[in-house]
Design a protein around this ligand. Structure first.
Ligand code: SF4
Length: 65
């Protein structure tokens, strides 16, 4: 399966991912987005968040099922 991954070096805390997919992403106290649930939103919604990040900080990562 694939899960979203946030590159903490690239993330600038723009909050866009959290606003699009709030069940998947949450910006932490340091202003960096974290994946709180890799399947919190459906794939299309997560893809929209990925496509909307102005810093291209989110990508899909393959993990074993
Ligand atoms: S949209 Fe991109 S830069 Fe903004 S919080 Fe999410 S991952 Fe970080």
């Amino acid at each position: 399966m694939r899960v979203p991954y946030v590159d903490p070096e690239a993330c600038q805390g723009a909050y866009i991912c959290e606003s699009i997919a709030p069940n998947t992403f949450k910006v932490n106290d340091q202003g960096i987005s974290e994946v709180i649930d890799p399947q919190g939103d459906d794939e299309a919604t997560i893809q929209q968040a990925i496509d909307s990040c102005p810093y291209a900080a989110i990508s899909w990562k393959e993990v074993p099922d």
